[in-house]
Design a protein around this ligand. Sequence first.
Ligand code: AMP
Length: 189
Amino acid sequence: MNILIIGPPGVGKGTQAKLIKDTLGLIHLSTGELLRKEIKTKSKVGIISKRFIDKGEFIPDDIMLEIINNTITRHNCLKGYLFDGFPRTLPQAEGLDMILNKYNCNINAAINLTASIEELKIRLLKRSNQGNRSDDLPSIIDKRQKIYWIQTAPILKYYKAKNLLKEVDGLGSIKHVNKRILNIFNSND
Ligand code: AMP
């Protein structure tokens, strides 16, 4: 089983991914975390990525697809990935399908976590006060939300057309949202 977790910045993708990966026996692949590690080690990809991340912009699709292509292995694809923060654009979604096809794998569900823009801003401002991330600056929060709606939201249609989209309300406690997500996989439909 390969699953995606999609949603705007601050909706709780990373938090929920960490909670469900073990329950569902999946390998958590967060492109944001992967890029932040590259930045820390000052690798070539890290140096390029930092320029985009600090401005709240996306890393170009060809770079992201190369990273994903180099990261995904046949063995782990058969075991199952939980993709968190990838794909973020339509070309990435199409590219991911092609990469998975190479290994006879496919996406089984795309979870769309939702929350109101007001709630997202409150959460991101809180995260910004913790000072862990260079892209959580108040000046960049609005830009990241806008970019999500322009560049990422179109992938929702892509997965809906494939009958893979699962809408989950991301409001409420972490525990409640977690239960809502797991319910998708416990139901028989
Ligand atoms: P995240 O931790 O998922 O919020 O990602 C942090 C930042 O990393 C994003 O705002 C982008 O700048 C970059 N990033 C992560 N995943 C992708 C992706 N799939 N495509 C382009 N940029 C990405």
